[in-house]
Design a protein around this ligand. Structure first.
Ligand code: ADP
Length: 394
């Protein structure tokens, strides 16, 4: 039997998983990954570390997280190497004001995390559902929750406050920040690339379907573009990013949209999709940009907003030593990186076009601040937390 750490990232209509070899006491090693799509055709797929598909199947119509977990656990047990669970780690979007580190989940903790659902109603319930299901079925299984908010917990007070009455801030209406597992991973590997990034003033750009920037100094978050929710900051695949709050009031008062309709508009019909009217997918927009002006406009707005927010974070840091690109767009779209660096030339960035086309890691030259492409690994961050909390596995 191979003892494994199972890492789950559960959304409303998907369940992503990664399996890490937990044996020993060192860095957990990824051995499988896969996902369940829980839409109108529920299905399962798993790959090995080389990316080869090693299992796929259809689940019965209407299958949800319960059926997906049943399928996954029996697949792990019956697998050639007969995996045994040493623990399950969960990506949980919101840790609220109190959870600033990974935590072993027991009943009171789960109840406390459920009380945070109103702060992230579109994500938190889906993140917690597998914890609840596994807790019912396997009460002795070690489950660990890792939070997207945690990395930002020690930001200075000024970076967290809204200019609302203090009583509101004290009740939890404040900036939290997200993508923290991604930023914590990057901060943990900066030293492998350059000592100056590890110690210096860095802006990390997590540009995926969700997108944000984070100002990091000496490995710690000092400011970030996402705030109370994961809706704030940059425009994203389908989310609008920063918006004058009066727009929401106008939509509700004048156009009589309901709360749910406004929520749907801002989270699922805006961003790259809303501006282009074509797609939320950067590859698709790049492919159509020369023939469809609205695709080019969506890309231009994305880049313009990144450059403006970058300027604001450089101000928060009092200067910049390095900019780091990560996630789907940041790691793969050389054109976005080039446009951001050209738009931020005022800060001293000098693009190295051929290094950028090759994907880095370093994509600038000259004596100004550097820019880098560093792949993120949020699941490894969770597996590392499991190793710390569970210790050596025999
Ligand atoms: P998520 O936030 O869902 O994890 P990802 O980090 O996978 O998202 O990023 C998805 C985005 O990355 C999409 O806009 C997709 O088009 C973009 N992307 C992925 N691969 C490429 C590529 N080769 N070139 C340009 N964009 C890419």
């Amino acid at each position: 039997m191979t003892p494994v750490f199972l890492v789950l990232n559960s959304g409303s209509s998907s369940l992503k998983f990664e399996v890490f070899d937990a044996k020993g006491n060192g860095e957990p090693r990824r051995i499988r990954r896969g996902q369940f799509e829980l839409d109108s055709k529920p299905r399962f797929k798993a790959t090995n570390p080389e990316g080869e598909v090693i299992a796929q199947s259809r689940l019965c119509d209407g299958a949800g997280h319960q059926q997906a977990l049943d399928h996954l656990l029996s697949w792990l047990r019956e697998h050639d190497d007969a995996f045994s669970l040493a623990g399950v780690g969960h990506r949980v979007v919101h840790g609220g004001q109190n959870y600033c580190e990974p935590v072993k989940v027991d009943e009171p903790t789960l109840a406390a995390l459920e009380r945070l659902v109103p702060l992230a109603p579109l994500h938190q319930p889906h993140n917690l559902e597998p914890i609840r299901i596994l807790d019912r079925q396997y009460p002795r299984l070690v489950q660990i929750a890792c939070f997207d908010t945690a990395f930002h917990h020690r930001q200075p007070q000024l970076a967290r406050l809204f200019a609302l009455p203090r009583s509101m801030s004290e009740s939890g209406i404040r900036r939290y920040g997200f993508h923290g597992l991604s930023y914590a991973f990057l901060a943990s590997v900066f030293g492998r690339y350059d000592e100056l990034i590890a110690k210096g003033r860095v802006v990390a750009a997590h540009l995926g379907n969700g997108a944000s920037l984070c100002a990091i100094e000496n490995g710690a978050s000092v400011a970030t573009t996402m705030g109370f929710s994961a809706l704030d900051g940059l425009p994203m695949g389908t989310r609008c990013g920063s918006l004058d709050p009066a727009v929401v009031l106008y939509l509700m008062r004048e156009t009589k949209l309901s709360v749910d309709e406004v929520e749907g508009l801002l989270y699922t019909q805006s961003g790259l999709l809303g501006v282009s009217g074509i797609s939320n997918d950067m590859r698709e927009l790049r492919a159509q940009a020369s023939s469809q002006p609205s695709a080019q406009l969506a890309i231009d707005l994305f880049v313009y907003r990144i450059c403006r927010e970058l300027g604001s974070l450089i101000a928060a840091l009092g200067g910049i030593d390095a900019l780091v690109f990560t996630a789907g767009i940041g790691e793969n779209d050389a054109a976005t990186r080039a446009e951001v660096l050209r738009g931020s030339a005022w800060a001293g960035f000098e693009l190295d076009p051929s290094a950028n086309e090759k994907g880095g890691p370093k994509i600038t030259r000259g004596s100004g601040p550097s820019a880098w492409v560093i792949p993120t690994d949020e699941e490894l961050m969770i597996a590392r937390a499991m190793r710390r909390m569970i210790g050596e596995v025999g």
